[in-house]
Ligand binder design. Structure first.
Ligand code: GDP
Ligand code: IMO
Ligand code: MG
Length: 431
């Protein structure tokens, strides 16, 4: 087995896009298996920037196949727009290199409206969702009233399904004082787009099986991060899907042993967009500096990301929960120039020191970070392409992280550019 699963080990935006793009030169197929266009994955190739939301990050490489698995929630309009935008950047996207699972659930305009109306109604208790309808679409899927890609083949059944779905959502929207939706309108807009979407649709699980039997290598591309997982994350301040590595199998239709080596993408400090606990957050000059130097603004919503020190307890938790075998440590360069760098090693909760973040929302909200300090470095690591280019203090920091999280560094990233990446051990050779 030579497959690799890439997931985020923090709260998203760890640099998954960059690493998936880099690794995709070694793969034949790249598969998204959860999330939707709440994701924002940035690739920088020879100075040219690509921002991907639904399209797998392998799409920019010629000769690679890109797949949207059944676990993804697909907004067909967002997908078509993204295809047009990325095509405009010179990328080829055809039914020969892009595939969408026929049993993926759709995000409809009503889902976005419900998402935003519910957020507004939450007042102070807002989650800070991306407003893309992700939560309501996953709710519909589990409630068995979702509309799937394959439903576009059958207009009569589709009408019935939309009708049924609107009984639920219109009652809710009305109660929240928001505008309701009309079946005919949704149906007509879907009929306008169905041909464009259906040309890519099919039994993805079957293709993945065929390709694997032909010896092709698959790279599974996670979205969000382990701490945004609906089970294991900082609930309720999470997204509505499982973001852990195990989801790669269920969300694409391969067996649990097919997902291969688990690579956790890990930022050298911590960020989070939206509300929720963040024990090592620095609401001060340090956080401002990290945000400014790291350009920490959301790829999807443009929101300012909250910033703080590296949280090793949190990442160690992700290592265990997702079975992370090695990490890609990203954005080390952002830490250049600090006199002292801190690492969170645990939490003080109710007067006790814990080495993990407990599940209780109250405990998470009151958990205080416990730190150890390390000497910083003044030299620039930006663009470093070998260990030899790194100052001793930076190497010491990386080694300490490995020790604390109980996983080795497989890749090290030192700038947004594809080639500014240090390979320590090849994930495709380790699976
Ligand atoms: P993703 O959601 O995990 O794919 O991450 P995003 O693309 O949302 O955010 C990561 C940001 O950091 C992007 O703007 C990347 O171009 C940038 N980035 C990735 N790796 C590095 C790195 O090693 N150094 C710096 N300075 N920027 C990086
Ligand atoms: P990538 O793949 C960072 C966050 C939102 C919000 C919570 C729920 O780029 O790492 P949702 O719209 O999913 O219901 O929002 O999850 N969130 C992300 N944060 N990176 C992401 O994706 C995210 N996708 C969702 O900010 O707090
Ligand atoms: Mg992102």
């Amino acid at each position: 087995m030579a497959n690799v699963t890439v997931i985020g080990s923090q709260w998203g935006d760890e640099g998954k896009g960059k690493i998936v793009d880099w690794l995709s030169s070694r793969a034949d197929v790249v598969v998204r298996f959860q999330g939707g266009h709440n994701a924002g994955h940035t690739l920088v190739i020879d100075g040219k920037t690509y921002k991907l939301h639904l399209l797998p990050s392998g799409i920019v490489r010629k000769g690679k196949k890109s797949v949207i698995g059944n676990g993804v929630v697909v907004d067909p309009w967002a997908l078509m727009k993204e295809i047009e935008d990325v095509r405009g950047q010179g990328v080829d996207i055809t039914p020969a290199n892009f595939f969408v699972s026929e049993n993926a659930n759709l995000i409809l305009p009503v889902h976005g409206a419900v998402d935003r109306a519910l957020e507004a109604a939450r007042g102070k208790g807002q989650i800070g969702t991306t407003g893309r309808g992700i939560g309501p679409a996953y709710e519909d899927k589990v409630a068995r009233r979702g509309i799937r890609v394959c439903d576009l083949l059958h207009p009569d059944l589709l009408k019935e399904k939309i009708e049924r779905l609107l009984i639920h959502h219109n009652a809710l929207l009305k109660g929240l004082g928001a505008e309701t939706f009309n079946m005919r309108h949704i149906f007509d807009s879907l009929m306008q787009i169905n041909g464009a979407l259906l040309q890519y649709a099919g039994p993805v699980w079957k293709k993945l099986d065929e390709w694997q039997r032909q010896g092709e290598k698959i790279l599974f591309e996670g979205a969000q991060g382990t701490m945004l997982d609906v089970d294991h994350g900082t609930y309720p301040f999470v997204t509505s899907s499982n973001t852990v590595a195990a989801q790669a199998a269920a969300g694409s239709g391969v067996g649990p042993r097919a997902t291969g080596y688990v690579l956790g993408i890990t930022k050298a400090y911590t960020t989070r967009v939206g509300a929720g606990p963040f024990p090592s957050e620095q609401s001060n000059d340090i956080g401002e500096t990290l945000g400014r130097v790291g350009h920490e603004f959301g790829t999807t919503t443009g929101r300012k990301r909250r910033c703080g020190w590296f949280d090793s307890a949190l990442v160690r938790q992700s290592v265990k929960i997702s079975g992370i075998e090695g990490i890609a440590l990203t954005k080390l360069d952002v830490l250049d120039g600090f006199d002292e760098i801190k690492i969170c090693t645990g939490y003080r909760v109710d007067g006790q020191i814990l080495d993990h973040l407990p599940a209780s929302q109250t405990h998470q909200a009151t958990a205080e970070a416990v730190y150890e300090g390390m000497e910083g470095w003044q030299e620039s690591t930006r663009g470093a392409r070998s260990w030899a280019d790194l100052p001793a203090a930076a190497i010491k920091y990386v080694r300490r992280i490995e020790e604390l999280i109980e996983a080795p560094v497989a890749l090290l990233s030192t700038s947004p550019e594809r080639e500014d990446t240090i390979l320590v051990r090849d994930p495709f050779q380790n699976s």
